[in-house]
Ligand binder design. Structure first.
Ligand code: SF4
Length: 112
């Protein structure tokens, strides 16, 4: 999942400095491998949008709520940063793309 999401969808991805922790969006998806097949069919896209989903969609807010970067490290969820100056991470973008396809994101994580 990481090999699909980070280079294909995230503007913060640095191939020479992969983040070992991973953002909350990525980790949320990794914990739900049942969504991997649908994610694999989304064409890579770096436009920074949320596939028409509102940033305050409850499913997306829930993903960000458990992200270690949310409090100190994510401009997208920092109310002091103008929205036009920040973008969501690739993990959140892929989750939004799955929502736009009508997939149910209200799935519990699978045990590793
Ligand atoms: S958009 Fe920010 S807070 Fe939300 S999952 Fe991505 S890095 Fe974390």
């Amino acid at each position: 999942m990481r090999a699909i999401i980070c280079p294909g969808f995230c503007r913060y991805y640095k191939p020479d400095k992969p983040d070992p922790e991973g953002c909350g969006g990525l980790n949320w998806l990794v914990a739900r491998p049942g969504l991997a097949q649908a994610a694999e069919h989304i064409p890579p896209d770096h436009a920074g949008h949320l596939y028409g989903q509102p940033p305050d969609h409850p499913a997306l807010l829930a993903i960000c709520a458990q992200c270690a970067f949310r409090v100190d490290g994510c401009d997208f969820r920092d109310p002091s940063v103008p929205r036009q100056e920040c973008e969501p991470c690739g993990g959140l973008r892929v989750a939004a793309a799955l929502l736009a396809q009508g997939l149910d994101l209200d799935q519990p994580p699978e045990k590793p």
